[in-house]
Structures are given as C-alpha cells and as structure tokens.
Design a protein around this ligand. Structure first.
Ligand code: 3PG
Length: 214
C-alpha cells in the first residue's frame, strides 16, 4: 500500500467536489480541514478546476489533493502541473493507466464490472474506485467481487450517503468512501462552509465508529 492509500484509509471518507468558483476553493479547503478531513478530490469538470487545485495546494501544501474525472493524458499533465498528488478516472482506460505508471503517478481508476477489475489486477493495480457504487450493487456487490479478487480494495463513490456510509466502511475491502455528501454542490454555491465543516465532523465520526466495528 502506498502512502496516499494509507492516508485516505486513515480518514475513511473523501470529499469529492466539483469546484465552480476558484475564489472559494481555499475557504472550502479550510472548512474540510476544520472538520477533520484534510483531503479532497477535485473533479476536473469546470473551467476553474485546475486553478482551484493550484490555490488549495498553495494554501494547504500538506492537504492530500486528488484530481478527479481525469480522462486523458493531457489532464494527467495538467493536474500534476498545478500540484495534484494523484489522479482518479471514472472508468478503466489501460492506456491512461500505463501513462500514469510510466510517470510514477498514482491513479485510482474506476471499475464497475468483473472484466474491468480483472484487467486492472493484471496491470498490477490493487486499489480501485468502484463507480457508480450504488448503481453497481453497493456493498453486496463489493462482497461478491471480493471472492474472485481477494487482493483488491475499493474506494466506492457514486451514491454514497450518510445513511449507507457505515455499511460500506464496515467492509474490510473498502479503504474509504468518496462522495459529495459532505460538501454538496448547493452548500458550496451558497458558501455554507460552516455547514460543510459540520458534515465533515459527522462523516469522520461515522468512519471512526465503522473502523471500530470492523
Ligand atoms: C462523482 O464522480 O460525481 C462522485 O463519485 C460523487 O458522486 P456523488 O455525488 O454521488 O457522491
């Protein structure tokens, strides 16, 4: 396990956010760290995503910042150029994975089917994003997929909520859950950073209790 994976596993939850205003990026990062979660995945889905990553890393050099929705080699380079610590892709693209491996960049690719997981394992990956998790069968699917792929550990995202979070985290094959439930698009738009901090504290508590139950 590399240091990024163990860092994410320590917190158990990973805020995934589409930042639509770079001027609020540092306030958001502050809200997350105040809530005990010094980690974020910024999806590359807006015009200011890269600028947001740059500002967060400048203000919080120790915060773990991943670039999400990375779907091309250029996006990998762009993300690294602004200081991203690792990249996440929504699906499994063998060429993209090889590109990252050659560059020594940690990539967490999305997998949804046994075929994709099998290819990922063949390519030496052990930590995979399970996306979209709820649509893909949730915890029950992870349990079944762990039969043929016992060495794989998952970072489920897509449809995780405060209601289903514990069930995921109590599964040993889950390193952490990602999602927008701790910092919703609406909260970000409204600048509700206090609310985001409160939700981060709540998510951290659930993660801590789930670890104890493992
Ligand atoms: C995404 O790619 O949008 C993330 O997985 C977040 O999904 P969520 O909004 O369902 O948490």
């Amino acid at each position: 396990m590399n240091s990024i994976e163990s860092y994410v596993e320590t917190y158990g939850v990973l805020p995934v956010i589409n930042i639509t205003d770079a001027n609020k990026a540092v306030l958001l990062a502050q809200a997350l760290t105040d809530g005990g979660l010094p980690l974020i995945e910024v999806t590359l889905r807006s015009d200011c995503s890269l600028e947001a990553i740059r500002r967060i890393k400048q203000a919080f050099p120790d915060m773990l910042v991943g670039a999400g929705t990375v779907v091309s080699e250029k996006s990998v380079d762009d993300a690294l150029s602004v200081g991203a610590d690792y990249v996440v892709s929504p699906g499994y693209d063998p060429e993209l994975v090889n590109y990252c491996k050659q560059k020594g960049v940690v990539i967490v690719p999305g997998c949804f089917t046994p075929s994709e997981i099998q290819i990922a394992v063949k390519n030496g990956l052990r930590i995979l994003k399970f996306f979209p998790a709820e649509l893909g069968g949730g915890v029950a699917a992870i349990k079944l997929l762990s039969g043929p792929f016992p060495d794989v550990r998952f970072l489920p995202t897509g449809g995780i909520t405060f209601e289903n979070l514990s069930a995921y985290l109590e599964n040993n094959k889950v390193i952490a859950c990602g999602g927008s439930f701790m910092a919703t698009a609406e909260m970000f738009r409204q600048g509700d950073f206090e609310g985001i901090t409160k939700l981060c504290i709540k998510a951290s508590e659930i993660a801590k209790n789930a670890r104890k139950a493992k």
